[in-house]
Design a protein around this ligand. Structure first.
Ligand code: SF4
Length: 412
């Protein structure tokens, strides 16, 4: 069989990487090459994700080193028993691709993961060689996100952390029993130990007091990914796991990735994928806990079957269940209460707090600071507005909930 060209490998290994949601190039150290030394920069935020084989430019070159894998995780298309086309990059090929894509302005960095080649140590060594070559040989200043392989020698992971902006260790599934059942070679305790060691090292770097943007050890922190819908775990279980992960390991982000059914796998997995909206609602609930002051228990209490409603966002669902706490006076309420108003985001609340130092806010002022007045109106009092009995209307929920996206009907 003829050896694959680099383009053919790229098609296979960028496609294989698309299942990993855990990359986003935010919050890292400032690094740039404007003075004519080095190559690349981490400036220009809010970008990420993947390189499409059809040549469309997307900011991170997101690839696997190889999709050969000695493990056999049932939910993974790259598992050893899967019948997919395989490919493997050399370290030099990944380095060359990253640099040439960067020079052509296709990308701003690299997201590199891999199937397990021989052993966790060997895989981590290969990933590390890519990062070392980019940083030390080519003085690459762009963004690098590497996968830390659980169970690999801690010294290898630590060295990777000195080159990478972000490391991620995937927790895989929300409950240990599911990991043990569907990914028998993966050990939840080892995954947690790897995360714990990373946290300790990241904290140590912080304790040295350096400016977060100047830190040299994983300045953008660690993240993880959880697959949603491959087991019977409810949203409440998933969010509980996330809260534990944020609390115990100081993660920057938990990414939720809707399970995709894959061919020829075990009947223990569902035949259909969960609605994509479920993933979206989990992100919204996760956001509420991290930026809006919601406790996990407050969100979970409103979920009798443990599942977030799909037809409305979790903040609106919470507000409708707690109508007695509304309306909130936008001219008087503290920031924490304003953050609980459906339709008001963190930026809108901050703008309201600034603006009301100088003036009494009217409904028209609110319209200028939030994306849509519709979900806000029933829950607030303003200088010229009181919702009256609007809050008591039983049909308020269906009126405010955004209709589900239209679905293209089958033509046949
Ligand atoms: S370790 Fe498991 S999840 Fe990772 S590539 Fe191998 S089979 Fe897939």
């Amino acid at each position: 069989m003829a050896a694959k060209t680099i383009g053919e490998k790229l098609a296979v290994l960028s496609d294989a990487a698309k299942y990993d949601a855990s990359c986003a190039s935010s919050g890292t150290k400032r690094r740039q090459s404007a003075k004519g030394t080095g190559i690349g920069s981490t400036e220009g935020s809010g970008i990420c994700h993947a390189y499409a084989p059809d040549g469309r430019c997307i900011s991170l070159l997101k690839i696997l080193l190889t999709n050969f894998c000695v493990f056999d995780c049932a939910y993974c298309v790259n598992r050893s028993s899967s019948n997919v086309e395989r490919a493997r990059f050399t370290v030099e090929e990944v380095v060359r691709l990253t640099l040439s894509f960067y020079r052509r302005n296709y990308i701003e960095g690299l997201f590199l993961s891999s199937g397990i080649i021989r052993s966790p140590d060997h895989t981590m060594e290969e990933i590390l060689r890519v990062a070392r070559s980019l940083r030390e040989t080519h003085d690459f200043r762009g963004y690098i996100h590497l996968k830390a392989i659980p169970g690999a020698d801690q010294r290898l992971i630590e060295e990777a952390g000195r080159h990478a902006d972000r490391l991620s260790v995937n927790i895989e599934l929300p409950v240990d029993a599911s990991v043990e059942r569907l990914a028998p070679e993966k050990k939840p305790a080892v995954i947690r130990r790897t995360m714990g060691a990373l946290r300790a090292r990241i904290e140590e770097a912080k304790d040295r007091g350096a400016d977060p943007k100047e830190r040299t050890f994983v300045p953008a922190g660690q993240s993880t990914q959880m697959i949603v819908g491959a087991d019977a775990a409810t949203d409440a279980t998933i969010l509980t796991k996330s809260a534990t992960l944020y609390g115990s390991y100081g993660l920057k982000r938990v990414y939720y990735s809707a399970f995709s059914p894959i061919p020829d796998t075990t009947s223990a997995l569902p035949a259909t994928k969960p609605p994509l909206m479920r993933e979206h609602r989990l992100y919204q609930a996760d956001w509420l806990m991290r930026f809006y002051g919601f406790e996990l228990s407050e969100i979970a209490a409103g979920l009798p079957d443990g599942m977030l409603p799909l037809d409305m966002d979790p903040k609106l669902a919470w507000a409708l269940a707690h109508r007695d706490l509304f309306p909130v006076d936008v001219n008087r309420a503290d920031r924490e209460r304003l953050l609980r108003v459906p339709g008001l985001g963190v930026k809108s609340v901050d703008r309201i707090c600034r603006a009301r130092r100088h003036t009494r806010l009217r409904l028209a002022d609110l319209a200028r600071v939030c994306r849509s007045l519709e979900p806000v109106r029933p829950f607030v009092v303003a200088e010229d507005w009181h919702p009256g009995g609007l809050l008591d209307r039983s049909a308020l929920g269906p009126t405010l909930a955004k209709p589900a996206r239209p679905v293209q009907l089958s033509l046949f």
